[in-house]
Design a protein around this ligand. Structure first.
Ligand code: NAP
Length: 326
């Protein structure tokens, strides 16, 4: 029977285990996909720990994948068995050999994009796209600050921003990550363990501060992010790898220069079919042209799911991590 990763209780990485279950049958409006690769995302750890609620236990895990359509349910038009596809979904369970997917959430995968690349970029790459093109539409005049610049979203953000002519300052936890961020378009990697981030940002921007901070770290960086912005700049708090920001007082926005704050989610930026196609289309376009490459830097099997989660939470990973499903 096909394999998938499940957890029956919330907890540390060891709650993840491989189980065998029958192939799921696609319902109305759904297709079944035979997955060849699935992406690891920080949000998966939130589902595993219970920080983000899951509908029921036992639960599958994972929100993105790439593979081939294997069966078509009723009321599905425009898709056929054998087509290469990729997707991000809101219902858990992509660390699996098979899963059903609403047909309106699929995107056709161009032949030049491999399954592993697709699994490494659907969620993170579409996030980079909406952050840079919609949440704050960057221009070549801008200098921006990206936290966790060598991370999964971080490396794609740095590359894409550099491709758009933006000057990128990025925080990183080690000299190796600094080098990697630099290779991926970050002009000014800042080693936050050794350097004062606010001082460095002020120095690089001639005292002005940056137009926007893309902050996926949360608790540990929130205050610093506010201090790095220029007047009326935008703080995009889009994640919390270090823990949740609590007790935020809006007066802080005024104190640091009439700042703006948003806490966006990818799912609200690709909610309609049109938005999904526009975002994925632009992502595929920059990847096919080679302007953005997808650094898949760690690969695991489904049996190694616990190890993959442990490495991500221990800050040992860089770029994208995927599960290779044979
Ligand atoms: N809102 C959205 O639409 C959206 C979409 C995608 C991802 N996200 C969020 O963005 C964040 C990053 O996701 P990702 O998958 O790309 O992960 P990631 O950035 O590859 O991994 C997390 C990185 O954050 C840094 N970090 C700082 N403090 C940390 C701590 N206490 N524990 C662990 N890591 C810490 C580490 O880099 P250093 O060693 O350099 O410090 C670490 O490598 C997550 O919070 C995720 O949920 C949000």
């Amino acid at each position: 029977m096909p394999k998938s990763v499940q957890f029956t209780t919330h907890g540390g990485p060891d709650v993840l285990s491989v189980v065998e279950t029958p192939k799921p049958e696609p319902g109305a409006g759904e297709v079944r996909v035979r997955l060849y690769a699935a992406g690891l995302n920080y949000i998966d750890t939130y589902h595993r720990t219970g920080y983000y609620p899951v509908p029921s236990l036992p639960s599958g895990i994972g929100l993105e994948g790439a593979g081939v359509i294997d069966a078509i349910g009723p009321d599905v038009n425009g898709w056929s068995a054998g087509q290469r596809v990729a997707f991000v979904v809101t219902s858990l369970g992509t660390y699996a050999e098979y899963r059903t997917v609403p047909a309106d959430r699929l995107v056709a995968l161009p032949d030049e994009i491999e399954f592993e690349q697709a699994a490494g970029m659907m969620l993170k790459g579409m996030t980079a796209r909406y952050l840079l093109r919609q949440t704050y539409p960057v221009s070549s005049e801008d200098t921006i600050l990206v936290h966790a610049a060598a991370g999964g979203v971080g490396l794609i953000l740095c590359q894409w921003a550099a491709y758009l002519g933006v000057t990128v300052i990025g925080t990183v936890g080690s000299p190796e990550k600094a080098e990697l961020a630099r290779e991926n378009g970050c002009s000014y990697p800042v080693l936050y363990r050794e350097e004062d981030v606010v001082d460095r940002v002020r120095e690089i921007t001639g005292g002005a501060g940056v137009a926007v901070v893309y902050d996926s770290v949360g608790r540990d960086t929130m205050e610093q992010s506010l201090q790095c912005l220029r007047q009326r700049g935008l703080l995009v708090s889009f994640g919390q790898s270090s823990g949740a920001v609590e007790g935020f007082d809006p007066v802080m926005l005024s104190r640091h220069g009439s700042l703006f704050l948003t806490r966006p989610s990818l799912f609200h930026y690709v909610a309609s079919r049109e938005e999904l196609e526009e975002n994925a289309g632009e992502l595929f376009s920059v990847v096919r042209s080679g302007d953005v490459t997808i650094p898949v830097r760690q690969r695991y099997t489904l049996e190694e799911a616990a190890e993959a989660h442990r490495a991500l939470e221990a800050r040992e990973t860089t770029g994208s991590t995927v599960f290779v499903i044979n």
